[in-house]
Design a protein. Structure first.
Length: 151
């Protein structure tokens, strides 16, 4: 009688733990996408919560797929701890460097955009100012016309 293996060896468990640590670091890169988006565009706290829920939901789906594909459908706590460890190591080492770099890049892009938009902004302000003065002139002239009945 051939009995299927019902437990993992120490080597297999270590390998699954290392894979979950690597997956946690990959999810750190994925989280940096959200952090960069927050740097580039100001967010309301409601949208930040939505982004975090999307991130955690994505991780939950990944964890389920990981347990199903790599670990014969067995979900173990050390997969979660490995993912958290990998994410934390990435976040406090490489993630710090990446986010500083993204701050500089988004700052440069915002500066270039501000310089590119400046002439259009000045022209728009001038146009609005001229339009407001034309409206004032028209209001005054129409008041005088309304008072004269013999036109």
């Amino acid at each position: 009688m051939n009995v299927p293996e019902t437990f993992f060896s120490v080597e297999e468990e270590l390998w699954l733990f290392l894979l979950s640590c690597i997956a946690g670091a990959v999810f750190g890169v994925y989280y940096d996408v959200f952090r960069t988006l927050r740097l580039a565009v100001h967010h309301h706290s409601f949208f930040i919560v939505i982004e975090d829920v999307v991130f955690l939901g994505t991780y939950a789906v990944f964890l389920s797929a990981f347990a199903s594909a790599a670990a014969r459908g067995e979900l173990r706590a050390y997969y979660v701890f490995g993912g958290i460890l990998g994410f934390t190591l990435y976040y406090f080492t490489v993630g710090k460097f990446v986010i500083r770099l993204m701050q500089k890049i988004t700052g440069a892009i915002k500066w270039i955009f501000a310089i590119a938009v400046k002439p259009f902004k000045a022209a728009a302000c001038k146009f609005v100012g001229n339009a407001q003065s034309i409206v004032k002139i028209n209001k005054n002239s129409s008041d005088h016309l309304k008072n004269k009945r013999h036109l």
